[in-house]
Design a protein around this ligand. Structure first.
Ligand code: M6R
Length: 608
């Protein structure tokens, strides 16, 4: 949700800002802009639309300056049009501001400010901040920011510059991500590490509820009350190559193809000397884990789907009652939670607003939170009692792929670990599971070799209006995930359903034009799923089935089949989702859609 950047130093300021915005574009891409201060002048360039259009504009109308800020927007309030595009300016056009977040009390603040004579130019909630700062500008930019943040409710991270104080960028954060870095000659701020990776080796995670003043060789951090906050730096843990597309046309495809390597790394890190290692940051003792009587997993989107697989395997291996909730529901439902309940958050970004809120809901009730998180030092990482790193590496494609399979493998290890602690998994069974998991990277490689066959299926169905995805048991989540992948990047109406539930409603959708993706690898519910496929056939639906290699019966009932290797039932959700990721990818590219920048979406959903 919106990427913000700022830079002060001797490099070419617009180029640095644009470079950073390109790396943060995955956070939002409805519109973008920069503001630079040059010789007592504030110059703004902004455009609705893609970042490439801003780049074109800057080529046509070049700017230069001593410091600047930039923004790439995911619209919450106000259409993506020029007046709503950041940077936003005060009435006198002397202060420029970029914001990520939502100001919940903006309407009342706007009324107050308008009554004092402030002129608003946008429909954004964020604009109140720049006018609040303007109100107190006489006290200096830093103090004005401090007074402004005290009036705001909601969540925000922002950076602001002012013509008359052009030796500094002032930033503030409350419940929205922000990092900064500085050296003797320059300083920068960004929504995340990828915005500064090409300039700095070390970053500072700006503590929540603090204000930062950045200058050349200078960084001071104070809390909202003005007290100094100590900070530490940490190494930049990603390389430019990790966040580049390489030879792939899209990040999504690159990330689908990275899965064998990612899964191999996880399996190698988690199995040490025939034992499970969940990492140093698990931080919840074996005694505490043994006492758990219930687990509540809360997450959003693809991470919620991984949680559904987690429920099945935790209940199966560890016999712990496990619930999975959508974070935006969990946070408001006043769930019954007792002291033996473990709350789990799953999040690739670690910054999903609803998942953070769910985690805080649990902490207020003094419950332990164990999170699976990919982005280290993200809010979820910092606020959880224990962490299991997802280890998928940076995921840029808005459609999550490698994080999903990595989440499942980590949940698998957690479930086995709990199973051993509670005496439900024997050493011999553990060995069997290890062997199943160790085969996964190679099996995913084999599935990726079917890419052209899957593309051929995509060619047949890319103009279909609707799709149904069906699965049962562990692969109910695969059906949901396959449908989510397709709808979010191809805009085709795709419904994921538990196959056994089909006859209670969705079966009415099936006719001779309806492709029905049926996930039916060999499993304990194989026969049941096969009957559901027959029900589809009896309504003239078109089954496209994901099957275990050599399965003639499902093949016989299906119009198309995609074979996956023979595997343990519990790893089948990892393998079965790969063809569905590729199917969605090819359908979207055949429709000439922007796979990495699907409409209305953003990678990191930092607003409620
Ligand atoms: O970063 P998170 O895992 O918390 O993100 C959750 C969802 O926003 C995310 O999975 C979303 O559904 C993806 N676009 C799915 O591909």
């Amino acid at each position: 949700m919106c990427g913000i950047v700022g830079y002060i130093g001797s490099r070419d300021v617009p180029s640095v800002l644009l470079g950073s915005l390109w790396r943060l574009e995955y956070r939002g891409y409805d519109s973008s802009g920069i503001a630079v201060i040059s010789n007592s002048e504030l110059i703004v360039r902004k455009v609705p639309g893609k970042l490439s259009e801003l780049e074109e504009l800057i080529k046509r109308k070049p700017v230069s300056g001593e410091l600047g800020i930039g923004h790439t927007r995911w619209a919450t309030h106000g259409l993506p049009q020029e007046n709503n595009t950041h940077p936003l300016l005060d009435c006198n056009e002397e202060i420029a501001l970029v914001v990520n977040g939502i100001i919940e009390n903006y309407l009342s603040l706007k009324d107050e400010l308008e009554a004092k004579g402030h002129i608003f130019r946008s429909l954004t909630d964020s604009e109140v901040i720049v006018h609040l700062i303007e109100e107190h500008a006489g006290k200096g930019l830093t103090e004005a920011v401090r007074l402004a943040v005290k009036k705001l409710t909601g969540n925000f991270a922002f950076a602001v510059i002012k013509i008359s104080e052009r030796n500094k960028i002032v930033c503030a954060r409350h419940d929205a991500p922000l990092i900064c870095c500085y050296s003797e000659k320059e300083a920068a701020v960004a929504s995340d590490m990828s915005g500064v990776v090409s300039i700095f080796d070390e970053v500072i995670d700006i503590p929540n509820d603090s204000i930062v003043v950045l200058g050349r060789g200078k960084c001071s951090i104070t809390n909202f009350q003005g007290r100094e906050v100590k900070f530490t730096r940490r190494k930049v843990t990603i390389a430019v190559k990790d966040i580049d597309k390489g030879h792939y046309p899209h990040f999504m495809l690159k990330e689908i193809y990275e899965q064998p390597k990612v899964l191999h790394n996880i399996v190698s890190e988690r199995i040490i000397d025939s034992r499970i290692q969940l990492g140093e940051e698990l931080s919840i003792s074996e005694e505490e884990l043994k006492k758990i009587s219930r687990i509540v997993i809360q997450a959003c989107g693809t991470s919620w789907h991984a949680g559904l697989v987690g429920k099945y395997i935790i209940e199966k291996f560890a016999r712990i009652h496990t619930e999975v909730d959508i974070s935006s529901e969990f946070r408001y439902r006043d769930a019954v939670l007792d002291s033996d309940t473990l709350i789990m958050a799953i999040s690739q970004s670690g910054e999903t607003a609803d998942t953070i809120a769910g985690l805080r809901e649990a902490k207020v009730k003094f419950l332990k939170v164990l999170s699976l998180v990919n982005v280290l030092q993200s809010s979820i990482h910092r606020e959880s009692d224990g962490i299991i790193g997802i280890m998928a590496g940076p995921e840029i494609g808005v459609a999550s792929t490698k994080a999903y399979t990595a989440e499942i493998v980590n949940l698998y290890f957690l479930a086995l670990h709990l199973g051993i602690l509670r005496g439900f998994v024997s050493r011999a069974q553990l060995k069997e599971h290890f062997s199943a998991l160790m085969k996964v990277p190679e099996q995913v490689e084999q599935i990726l070799k079917l890419d052209s066959d899957i593309k051929a299926i995509a060619e047949i169905f890319c103009n279909s209006r609707d799709f149904l995805f069906l699965g049962r048991g562990l692969n109910y989540a695969t059906a949901l995930e396959g449908a989510l992948k397709l709808k979010e990047i191809s805009y085709i109406n795709a419904t994921g359903y538990a196959a056994g539930e089909m006859k209670h409603g969705p079966i009415a959708l099936i006719d001779h034009k309806m492709p029905v993706v049926c996930v039916n690898p060999r499993s304990s519910v194989y026969e049941k799923m096969l009957s559901n496929i027959q029900e589809v056939v009896a309504r003239k639906g078109i089954p496209i089935s994901v099957v275990t290699k050599g399965d003639r019966r499902t093949k016989g009932a299906s119009k198309h089949v995609i074979p996956i290797p023979e595997c343990h039932e519990c790893v089948s959700p990892i393998l079965a989702v790969i063809p569905l990721q590729l199917l969605a990818y090819h359908i979207a590219t055949l429709k000439e859609l922007d796979v990495d920048r699907p409409r209305n979406l953003a990678k990191s959903v930092t607003v409620e």
